[in-house]
Design a protein around this ligand. Sequence first.
Ligand code: PGA
Length: 250
Amino acid sequence: MTTRRPLIAGNWKMNGLRASVEAFCQIVAGANELREKVDFIVCPPATLIFQFIGSCDSGSVEVGGQDCHAEPSGAFTGDISAEMLADLGARAVIVGHSERRAFHHESDADVRRKTQAAWRAGLLAIVCIGETRDERAAGRTLSVVGAQLEGSIPDEATPRNLVIAYEPVWAIGTGLTPTPADIAEVHGFIRERLNARFPVSAQGIRILYGGSVKPSNAKELLAVDNVDGALVGGASLKAEEFLAIAGVYA
Ligand code: PGA
């Protein structure tokens, strides 16, 4: 059986100013003590990436972007390419977050192109998938997640270039979470699909759970089979909370 190193990733979304470097450095200090056991990635707004990487010897915490354009450069006002993120020293990028899919109408095909762009720039792609409340209520969770997985992940996936984040849309920022049994079902299904498509490397690909992860539920959620860590939104903005979640692996 392959052992996968746990990964705790923070998605700061549109939060954080230059003064937030203080919180980032608190995360780095705590991560230094857990680095033997856990990998850390923090994805702040793109405006802060360069500053964070230059601060407080950030070696135990990789810094990532929250989105990238599929093209390396060009007339795309307001967009940022994977190459630009890599140029700042970023090592990863979240793609296909449900907020991008909903507010920017990103399709699976868009997410697939962005994932390819991330790989072209040498970045780890954290690809997000997950069903809405209505889709779950209609019993369509696995078919939705299966289609997103198929459509969003390019053929060249490896454990080194890809992390999947299963984030039920209805659990993001709501305080609601699926039961451990529901998470086990979806993560097991994702693992099966990966095994079928990438027989050689699937066992090494990490699958994170995301959606209202906090210190009080982290132990239960991170213990679920095939959950290799968490993508944390709100609780990643507070160093103590983010570190308490990672502390489950201590
Ligand atoms: P949340 O967000 O932890 O605030 O629910 C998770 C995410 O959107 O990645």
